[in-house]
Design a protein around this ligand. Structure first.
Ligand SMILES: Nc1nc2c(c(=O)[nH]1)N[C@H]1C(S)=C(S)[C@@H](COP(=O)(O)O)O[C@H]1N2
Ligand SMILES: [Mo]
Length: 519
């Protein structure tokens, strides 16, 4: 008898156990948010700039090709930091999704991605010069926390055998846990932000009290500007003053933590506290600052009444040696700036260590507690904000931030003029604007319509040679479209060149013109 052999049961190979892409991505994102939140929380204690996100963003700025930085500064202005923030966030999200995508079966791949990202954060904080050793805690703990969260959520979503996939949590349960982690990280980030802004520079600034100059600037003449005719106001309100920062976040420096050291090629190293500076007789001076990146017709130029001390007095206390060629200034944010030593030391120049601006302590964004202001030089070679260190050296010893990026060593502000308003109705053209030749003074401004002859404009009363001068005029004009052009002549007799130059390497040149449609 032959027994019917029972067919062996077909053993189905077990379902490959793996996470769906959305769940895997969610785990990557939860790990990312954990890193950012934890990093920001600890940065609240050890210093804002230790936050890994901040440090990586700053690193990107510092290592971007110079053309990109200049482009961002010109096209985006201060919004460039927001664009960078969003761009960096997008890149990080892509990495988080990648971490998930390579960990659908085991956590290994994702753990590697998370660790690599974490190391980038540690490295970015490590190379900063403005944070202490303790600052490394922020990115290191962020790294550890994100690896732990990634691993923990992964094990939760994909339990190890013998637990079958059917026994694992539902997608909803994983989602709940992931969102719970993200919410916790969000709270951590907010707490970190709150901790770093209590005891912030704002409070310190509010405690400075009124700054009264012993040597006041004379009151402004009534016709220092032609605002009613379309020129900008002579004094730029602090809130409207143009801003250029390489740092990703505005440095927060308290007066108690601030000091200025003067060293290098000096007879004796000296250091000043905020109280030292504050108790000196203060001087007050109107100065027009200009950015070298200002295009012809651009608005990277503003004027303020600065209050501070004469920089020469501080330098005299140190006794700068005659062989010194540059004053190499360093800011808390790592920005550096070199000024020809001869200019910084020239008593007739009027260089200042400024602590006030338009009757208030310096706004935090403009360098609180103290910055350098040197009339007649573009900001990148003179106007160091949050300045803490002045080293005298030869040119070949040090190269400052923008010089490393190809900008010129010598950068006096070029004589320029700008049209702010031009209207043409009833056969009359009315134009107004501004002209500047800091430390030389403006002698004449002329306007022409199309290729017509140059006509002199009315100048505002000169406040001092270190500030801009407003102008306006009225000319006959025929109906139709016309090009209106302006040019200035300074008190050395030089008429600004028509030759157009890009801002790089030492400032734009050329005549500003606008097209008007006369009715
Ligand atoms: N620490 C620091 N100081 C700085 C800068 C900077 O990026 N960081 N920018 C410089 C440049 S290029 C200019 S034009 C002026 C602008 O000063 P403001 O932002 O107060 O207008 O500051 C200078 N000082
Ligand atoms: Mo600048």
């Amino acid at each position: 008898m032959s027994a019917l052999k029972e067919a062996p049961p077909v053993v189905k190979p077990p379902e490959p156990r793996r996470l769906s892409l959305p769940v895997a991505s969610l785990i990557g994102l939860a790990a990312l948010v954990t890193a950012l939140g934890v990093g920001h929380l600890i940065a609240g204690f050890v210093g804002y700039n230790a936050s890994p996100f901040v440090a990586v963003a700053d690193f990107v700025i510092a290592h971007s090709p110079h053309a990109v930085v200049v482009w961002a500064e010109q096209t985006l202005g201060t919004a460039d930091k927001t664009v960078l923030k969003v761009g960096l966030a997008v890149v990080l999200v892509l990495f988080a999704v990648l971490a998930g995508a390579v960990s659908r079966r085991t956590p290994r791949g994702g753990q590697i991605v998370v660790v690599v990202l974490g190391i980038a954060g540690v490295a970015a904080v490590y190379q900063r010069t403005d944070v202490g050793q303790l600052a490394l805690l922020a990115p290191v703990v962020a790294l550890v926390a994100s690896v732990l969260v990634f691993t923990w959520l992964h094990h939760y979503a994909l339990p190890a055998p013998p637990v079958g996939p059917a026994d694992g949590p539902t997608r909803r349960q994983v989602l709940t846990r992931g969102l719970g982690v993200a919410a916790g990280a969000g709270v951590a980030a907010v707490a970190g932000q709150a901790i770093s802004s209590t005891g912030s520079a704002d409070q310190s600034r509010a405690a400075v009290g009124p700054l009264v100059a012993a040597r006041k600037a004379p009151p402004l003449p009534p016709d220092a500007d032609f605002q009613k005719l379309g020129s900008p106001p002579f004094i730029t309100p602090n809130a409207d003053f143009y801003r250029i920062d390489t740092a990703f976040v505005v440095p927060q420096v308290r007066t108690d933590d601030w000091s200025l050291k003067i060293h290098g090629m000096v007879d004796r190293e000296v250091s000043f506290s905020y109280a030292d500076i504050r108790s000196r007789p203060l001087v007050e001076r109107e100065v027009t600052l200009t950015c070298v990146s200002n295009e012809v017709g651009g608005d990277l130029i503003s004027t303020a009444k600065f209050i501070g001390v004469d920089l020469v007095d501080l330098l005299d206390a140190a006794g700068v040696q005659p062989a010194a060629e540059q004053m190499y200034a360093t800011s808390v944010d790592g920005f550096t700036c070199s000024t020809p030593a001869s200019v910084a030391l020239d008593p007739a120049r009027g260089a200042m260590l400024a602590i006030g601006m338009n009757g208030e302590p310096l706004p935090v964004e403009h360098g609180f507690p103290a910055r350098i202001v040197i009339p007649g030089l573009y900001g990148y070679v003179s106007a160091t904000k949050w300045v803490t260190d002045l080293e005298f050296a030869r040119w070949d010893a040090r190269q400052s931030y923008w010089l490393q990026r190809g900008w010129a060593e010598q950068a006096p502000i070029k004589t320029e003029s700008r049209i702010d308003t031009a209207t043409a109705t009833g056969g009359k053209l009315r134009v107004a604007g501004t002209a500047w030749a800091q430390h030389i003074g403006i002698a004449k401004v002329e306007v022409r319509v199309d290729q017509g002859s140059w006509q002199p404009a009315v100048l505002s009363t000169e406040v001092n040679k270190d500030t801009w001068r407003m102008w306006w005029t009225q000319l006959p004009i025929s109906a139709g479209s016309h090009t209106v052009t302006v040019r200035a002549t300074d008190q050395s007799g030089y008429t600004q060149t028509e030759e157009a130059a890009e801002p790089v390497p030492n400032g734009a040149s050329g005549w500003h013109s606008v097209v008007v449609n006369a009715s």
